[in-house]
Design a protein around this ligand. Structure first.
Ligand SMILES: Nc1ncnc2c1ncn2[C@@H]1O[C@H](COP(=O)(O)OP(=O)(O)OP(=O)(O)O)[C@@H](O)[C@H]1O
Length: 294
């Protein structure tokens, strides 16, 4: 008997949230013998619900919500011996994983698009004890995103991130990072460093065009900037999409990376759009760790 769990974040999806839930439930009942629906009430619920479903050996788990809910859903199953197939209906403002997988951004279309046969392996990343599916960002611009008021983020979406990033540029500060990339030590100075798993970062779908969802690689991009003028020089290269190092940006792929600050400073990471752990961090890729409905 095939059993599925649908986790719904009722705070995502606006006025039509209930209608989307009804449609998703109807669709899943055509695919599975039993469908259990659970609603989140707070941060951490989606992770707990999917973890319990993995322990109970569900065939598949689905989440409806923004990238935060998708990240939690993945964190719930990533460490389990039995990992149910994972699916999601994007209801957020950024939806990077949906963009990377070509899942329709329109919820009704995404629901109609779900099929038992449309499954593919997905790489996920691990940062210290936590999992991510899109990006770990560190430095001046990500710090400013960590400070965006969650209500504004929901209301203005990508635009809020953009404005906060631009505002922060005025006070660009570079950091001296100590990196160990696949065992090789490297000292760099940069305002902003990204480790991506997919081509879509912060809603910009062509930022790392070569990053495929199951290429078994982490994609490291960092700005070679130490002043506002340097930062501005990186923008055309960033907007074009990063597929090689330039005078202003560095790009390389790897499987593991350790990131620490050289000096005695505190810096938090941003993991899949939400504030994450502080440096130092160790990141690694878990190739094809999950099967995802796409
Ligand atoms: N019932 C609820 N009411 C209010 N907030 C909730 C509820 N359930 C979960 N949450 C919060 O929603 C967060 C996740 O939101 P998520 O990122 O999925 O949606 P979003 O903010 O609409 O999307 P995006 O960030 O892409 O715009 C959780 O971390 C939790 O804090």
């Amino acid at each position: 008997m095939k059993k599925a769990l649908l986790v719904v974040n009722p705070s995502s999806g606006g006025e039509q949230a209930q209608e989307y839930e009804k449609l998703a439930h109807q669709k899943l009942t055509t695919m599975f013998d039993e469908v259990v629906v659970l609603h989140t009430k707070k941060a951490g619920d989606a992770k707990n619900f999917t973890r319990e479903a993995a322990v109970d050996r569900y065939h598949s788990v689905f989440v409806m919500g923004g990238d935060g809910t998708v990240n939690e859903g993945i964190n719930g199953i990533a460490e389990q011996a039995h990992r149910p197939n994972f699916g999601f209906i994007p209801l957020g403002t950024v939806n990077d994983l949906a963009r990377a997988l070509g899942i329709p951004l329109e919820p009704e279309e995404a629901i109609a698009h779900l099929s038992m046969d449309a499954l593919q392996p997905l790489d996920i990343g691990k940062i210290n004890d936590q999992y991510f599916m899109n990006v770990v960002a560190i430095g001046t611009i990500p710090e400013s995103i960590n400070d965006v008021d969650p209500e504004k983020k929901t209301k203005y979406g990508k635009f809020a991130y953009f404005i906060s990033g631009i505002k922060q540029l005025a006070g660009t500060q570079s950091y001296k990072f100590q990196l160990v990339i696949d065992g090789q030590e490297k000292q760099i100075e940069s305002s902003t460093l990204l480790v991506g798993l997919t081509n879509s970062i912060g809603g910009f779908e062509t930022l790392i065009p070569n990053a495929k969802v199951n290429d078994g690689k982490l994609h490291l991009v960092y700005l070679k900037d130490t002043s506002l003028l340097d930062t501005l020089k990186t923008l055309p290269d960033l907007l074009k999409g990063v597929d090689s190092s330039t005078d202003h940006l560095a790009y390389q792929t790897c499987e593991t990376i350790q990131i620490a600050l050289n000096e005695d400073q505190e810096l938090a990471t941003n993991v899949d759009g939400d504030e994450g752990v502080k440096l130092p961090v160790t990141l690694k890729v878990l190739p094809s760790h999950l099967m995802i409905y796409c």
